[in-house]
Design a binder for this molecule. Structure first.
Ligand SMILES: NC(=O)CC[C@H](N)C(=O)O
Length: 370
């Protein structure tokens, strides 16, 4: 039993609350905003999703690691969460398609992770008390030292993080001879969004977070896309400007999650930090245009202001979250632009929202045939 003598570890929340556990591997310390995901599967996709950059992830599912990891289940090229907190960590794995244990995968990515934490109590604590900064550490005898360092960690509100995860150079994804050309602004883009666009006969050019509309437009795209990503949307002045330029020219535009928030900001609607975000793969949404319900994959800690959206004469609410009535989707009236707060690309999660990619391609086709 080589994992028997594991080092004691703790999770210290900003408000002083402590939960104890054990280090999964090497000793260490990691800071971030603590958040939880309720999905029962999809841990590799979650850990590699750039939207989680800077966050300490609590997995609500009680078993983590049991089906290992696989090379083609990456949502970016590396682990993006700041640290992992779970209950039962499985050092062994069993699945034909997997080629590594989660332990080796996390070691390769230098991620500090702790297990044996009472995650049921922790999740309900965070749910009641709201998102907050925290530290996980094996320095269990230096709580004052950890508290002092934790006090210096910036709050997620107001934090610009897209620049930390965006591509440094533009690159092409998909077949260069595909029918549609889509210019995507990478403010933390998940790979499965690109896969979904490419499989609809699109070639995507992915641009760094601070690219201007003119630079993107010089490639002569048929449509524009604003990706998901980490941090507060409000400081993303360059991306907001791109959205405004695209919308003012009435070019096809689609935004997902952070991209959706940027589109709202571009239309004068403010965003706010939620008491607790939505992170899981069974979030119910109603499409107000069709009356149909969708079960969706979600991962966001900010949302767009509902009253301001309702009062904005240029914007129509197309989707609502059925748990708390927050805005889950909008379209810009008389413009070729729409966006959703959730993740139609899933990965992980249900595929109910995939029709939105078809809708975007149809919006592109409509313009081309005029
Ligand atoms: N998945 C995302 O794009 C998240 C958007 C934003 N960082 C939020 O937390 O709300």
């Amino acid at each position: 039993m080589k994992y028997q003598n594991r080092q004691k570890a703790l999770l210290l929340l900003e408000d002083g609350t402590i939960f104890y556990g054990k280090a999964i591997g090497q000793p260490g310390t990691a800071f971030g905003e603590v958040c939880f995901n309720t999905g029962m599967t999809g841990y590799q996709e979650i850990f590699t999703d750039p939207s989680y950059y800077g966050q300490l992830m609590v997995t609500a599912n009680v078993h983590i690691g049991n089906y290992g990891t696989a090379e083609d289940e990456m949502e970016s090229d590396s682990v993006k969460i700041a640290g992992l907190i779970c209950k039962n960590f499985s050092y062994e794995f069993s699945r034909d398609a997997a080629n590594s244990s989660l332990k080796d995968f996390l070691d390769k990515n230098n991620l500090f992770a702790i297990s044996d934490v009472d995650t049921r109590a922790l999740v309900s604590y965070i749910r009641d008390n709201g998102a907050m900064n925290a530290v996980i550490s094996t320095d269990v005898d230096d709580i004052d030292g950890l508290k002092a360092k934790l006090a210096e960690v910036p709050s997620m509100a107001g934090l610009e993080l897209a620049s930390k995860v965006s591509t440094k150079e533009p690159y092409i994804y998909g077949d260069e001879n595909a029918t549609h050309k889509i210019a995507a602004l990478d403010i933390g883009c998940k790979k499965n969004i690109l896969r979904n666009l490419a499989k609809r006969d699109a070639c995507i050019k992915v641009f760094p977070y601070n690219t201007t509309f003119e630079e993107m437009n010089a490639w002569n795209p048929d449509g524009f896309f604003l990706s998901n990503g980490p941090g507060d949307p409000e400081p993303l002045a360059d991306a907001i400007k791109v959205a405004q330029e695209v919308i003012s020219r009435d070019l096809p535009l689609f935004g997902i999650c952070l991209g959706h928030q940027v589109i709202a900001l571009a239309n004068g609607i403010s965003t706010y930090k939620m008491h607790n975000g939505h992170r899981g793969i069974n979030h119910p949404v109603k499409n107000l245009l069709t009356g149909k319900g969708e079960i969706t994959s979600q991962n966001h800690g900010f949302a767009i202001n509902r009253e301001e959206t309702e009062a904005n004469e240029n914007v129509e609410i197309t989707h609502v979250h059925l748990n708390d009535n927050t805005v889950a989707g909008i379209r810009i009236k008389d413009k070729n632009c729409f966006s959703v707060q959730y993740h139609p690309e899933a990965s992980p999660g249900p595929h109910d929202g995939e029709y939105l990619f078809d809708q975007f391609i149809e919006n592109i086709q409509k313009v081309k045939t005029v």
